[in-house]
Design a binder for this molecule. Structure first.
Ligand code: F6P
Length: 323
């Protein structure tokens, strides 16, 4: 391998920049050239390629977002789009790709690899932590810390005014951010898509809280939970308990930004080096992940098809501690 192309695709996540830096510096260490592709797969289609050297990624490890920018490319879903992308790869003599993104980005990479024979390795970059084959995805730890910081602040005002707050957090179809931030902030209840809660379960949490003399409560709601959105939950709660002062906060895209935590920077650094070494060893169509502190390569099909399971023990911990 003489030249690696690196791109970030899908929703950005803190730590993507640290991973780009790692891929570029590891390539340089092994005497491999590196090109950055801007705007994800769209940049591959439209020839948005820049040369990257060890100095071009200085001061990047601590920055949120992605310097290469990211996109969810519609055109790359088409054969025509992918054959244009292949022309760019050939034009720049790129031998292999490192794709930093989520399962949608990996699906694109694997189809591209099969059609055009271009080797690629994926690095899991998403705040949702929903990718199989790694204990943690890039950006998840930072997003969790952002959420915990925000809910701590909400708790201050909730307590001062004896209020009930429904806080919606991201995670798409997964409840990792909700469950872990809920435990970390002492939420009264946590609603996640992986668990079939009913509105009665929520009301019994409130009954419990009333009996215990709690005067304020935080309920963390994953955006993908199935009971209805935060606004409906707030409405039903107000109907049932007119005496409650109910508020809603949707944290939104604040969860996607910010300087990555130490855990995300180290994870990004390790996975970037692993991806380059993996390509050098002839691996392709795999994702570099971390399991029990060890680098593990998972076939991309498996990473896409399977899903990280929510740890049932954590649900139990949340239940025990919220009483
Ligand atoms: O996958 C990351 C994520 O932030 C999800 O948690 C969320 O559902 C989605 O992306 C939001 O996407 P967009 O930034 O396109 O609104």
């Amino acid at each position: 391998i003489k030249k690696i192309g690196v791109l970030t695709s899908g929703g950005d996540s803190p730590g993507m920049n640290a991973a780009i830096r790692s891929v570029v510096r590891a390539s340089n260490y092994y005497g491999i050239e590196c090109s950055g592709i801007r705007m994800g797969y769209d940049g591959l289609i439209n020839d948005m390629v820049v040369d990257l050297g060890p100095r071009s990624v200085r001061n990047l490890i601590n920055r949120g977002g992605t310097e290469l920018k990211s996109a969810r490319s519609e055109e790359f879903r088409t054969v025509e789009g992918r054959s244009k992308a292949a022309e760019t790869v050939k034009k720049h003599n790129i031998d292999a790709l490192v794709v930093i993104g989520g399962d949608g980005s990996f699906t694109g990479g694997t189809i591209f690899q099969k059609e055009q024979g271009i080797p690629f390795i994926g690095i899991p970059g998403t705040i949702d932590n929903d990718i199989f084959g790694t204990d943690f995805t890039l950006g998840y730890d930072t997003a969790l810390n952002t959420v915990v910081d925000a809910i701590d602040k909400i708790r201050d005002t909730a307590t001062s005014h004896n209020r009930v707050f429904f806080v919606e957090v991201m995670g798409r179809d997964a409840g990792f951010i909700a469950l872990n931030s809920g435990i970390a902030t002492g939420a009264l209840d946590i609603l996640i898509p992986e668990q079939k809660d009913s509105i009665e379960d929520l009301f019994s949490s409130f009954e419990n809280a009333k009996q215990k003399g709690k005067t304020s409560s935080i309920v963390v709601v994953a955006e993908g939970e199935k009971l209805g959105g935060v606004y409906d939950l707030a409405k039903f709660t107000k109907m049932k308990y007119p005496e409650f002062d109910v508020k809603v906060t949707v944290l939104g895209h604040i969860q996607r930004g910010g300087s990555p935590t130490v855990a995300d920077r180290v994870l990004a650094s390790r996975l970037g080096v692993a991806a380059v070494e993996g390509l050098m060893a002839g691996k392709s169509n795999v994702m570099a992940g971390m399991q029990s502190s060890k680098i593990v390569f998972t076939p991309i099909e498996e990473a896409i098809k399977k899903h990280n399971e929510i740890d049932k023990d954590l649900i139990k911990v949340a239940d025990i501690l919220s009483t």
